[in-house]
Write a protein that binds this ligand. Structure first.
Ligand code: GDG
Length: 473
């Protein structure tokens, strides 16, 4: 059987005991992919050191081997904080005004992709299939091809692919498009993302559509398809069912007494629409004064990317918004918004989702949004809560029975909160059932299997020789 090589910016190495580290969305997804393959997971160790070695550190954990490299302070600043998170991330999320492009950051991004490729190429065996994850590594396939690696290489893009006019504002846009075409298979979250990238390649690079999602770009064939990422439904359901025993969950529920709970869970990121959501909750209390004291909004927001200035600014903005709303509306015995920046263990999250009458998932843009899916799966069948979901989250395509809202319109979100709180049990069940069934069918295992089956098929169809090898002939 082929060996699976996964490449991502960060690698989550399980402890020696075999116990998993605290699992984010990507770690769960990668773990799932390795259930049917032996393999290697390659990426950054998370360490920043002066003069890092180009030789990866190898760590064996049974069927999966881990290979990690450190980054220098300059690499980390330019590749990670700079180009990936201050140029690509905002542009991919339609935030043109926040995009900060610098040529030195872009050079650092290319350099780190080259370093990764050189370190990885030595570990690749002829039958391996390679699966690269996310926007940090768009040029990795080109770099690997340049080193003569002809194995099937797939790429999954976890975040949105914007409309061409937005993507093309990035000074390096055509360079990046040419690079991405060196992947054999490109997976995106939704069909509109597929449309955006395909049109971009056709218009900018004169790619020729071959049908079935395949395109010929510069004499090389690539395929673009949507693979909406799912969650570990069985694991999450079990965590939610057992969460009643957890102290934090129990005490939170006891503290609510008869109050109803609204919940939001997001990394602190401007794409997630946290201050905008708080303003919608404020609007809700303004137009429903009878609900003051009866409803509490819990927002769990672990900090992320704190070294990036835009995130510091956002943190200040959220703190101010919470302070203003709580100051204006709060009473000695009622705080409307409970805002915490600590990360909670997954079982606690599962229990809190289950305790919440309304799940507020209102990103301004999101590739998928796993929180929306987790909220649905955590509900009880006979008394489920209601999901209020942004129509700009990829998840809205698989969850049309949620209350879909425009997150830019705080009046609409406030109205949806009211509708959700007053929704009769019959309607809540009617909306929830098809969503939980779909989540169960289209879980993380389904996602990984679909992607890998497609990628494996590249072994059997006729493939063009890689550009570098062809040029060397
Ligand atoms: C990217 C894309 C796409 C959050 N707080 C805690 C915690 N979390 C977990 C959630 C969820 C995950 O983090 C966040 O996933 P999202 O999908 O919401 O968002 P991103 O981190 O931006 O992920 C996104 C995803 O990749 C997958 O392709 O859906 O669109 O942006 O699982 O539960 N987990 C724990 N404690 C917390 O406090 N344990």
């Amino acid at each position: 059987m082929a060996r699976l090589v996964i490449v991502s910016n960060r690698v989550a190495i399980p402890e020696d005991s075999g116990k998993s580290v605290a699992a984010g969305g990507l770690a769960v997804a990668v773990k799932e992919a390795f259930t049917s393959y032996e393999g290697l997971w390659f990426g950054w160790s998370g360490k920043v050191v002066e003069d890092p070695s180009e030789e990866p550190e190898l760590i064996d954990r049974g069927r999966v081997q881990y290979a990690v490299v450190d980054l220098s302070p300059q690499d980390h600043r330019e590749y990670y904080s700079g180009f990936a998170n201050r140029a690509l991330w905002p542009i991919m999320h339609y935030r043109l005004g926040l995009g900060a492009f610098s040529r030195s950051d872009y050079a650092g991004y290319q350099r780190v992709n080259r370093i990764f490729a050189r370190a990885l190429a030595k570990l690749i065996e002829p039958d391996d299939i390679i699966w690269v994850h996310d926007y940090h590594l768009l040029p990795l396939a080109s770099e690997l091809r340049g080193l003569g690696i002809a194995n099937p290489i797939g790429y999954f893009h976890h975040i949105p692919w914007p409309a061409a006019d937005v993507f093309n504002t990035l000074p390096a846009s055509n360079d990046l498009l040419r690079g991405i075409a060196d992947y054999d298979l490109i997976g995106l979250q939704t069909d509109p993302d597929v449309h955006n990238l395909s049109r971009n390649l056709i218009d900018e690079l004169r790619a020729i559509p071959l049908g079935g999602g395949s395109l010929m770009v510069d004499g090389r064939r690539t395929r673009i398809r949507s693979f909406p990422i799912g969650i570990d439904v069985a694991g999450f359901k079990e965590a939610a069912e057992n969460a009643g025993a957890n102290k934090t969950v129990r005490e939170t529920m006891a503290g609510l007494r008869t109050r109803k709970l609204l919940i939001g869970v997001d990394r602190l990121d401007y794409s997630k629409g946290v201050p905008e959501r708080m303003e919608a909750v404020d609007r809700f209390f303004a137009s429903n004064p009878d609900q003051r004291g009866n409803v509490v909004y819990l927002q769990i927001t672990p900090k992320s990317r704190t070294e990036v200035p835009e995130y510091e600014e956002l943190s200040r903005e959220v703190n101010e918004t919470v302070g203003e709303i709580n100051g204006a509306l709060g009473e000695p015995n009622w705080t409307p918004i409970q805002y915490v920046t600590k990360a909670y263990p997954r079982p606690v999250l599962a229990g809190l989702y289950r305790a919440a009458r309304v799940g507020l998932v209102t990103p301004m843009r999101d590739g998928m949004n796993l929180v929306a899916k987790e909220y649905i799966v955590a509900q009880t069948a006979d008394d489920p809560g209601v999901l209020v979901l942004s129509k700009f989250a990829g998840a809205s395509r698989q969850l049309p029975e949620a209350l879909l809202v425009n997150p830019y319109d705080r009046f609409e979100v406030a109205e949806a909160i009211r509708t959700a709180l007053y929704m009769p049990r019959g309607e809540r069940i009617e909306r929830w059932k098809p969503m939980v069934d779909r989540m169960t069918r289209e879980d993380v295992d389904w996602w990984a299997r679909n992607f890998l089956t497609d990628l494996e098929n590249f072994r059997t169809i006729e493939r063009e020789p890689p550009r570098a090898a062809a040029a060397a002939e």
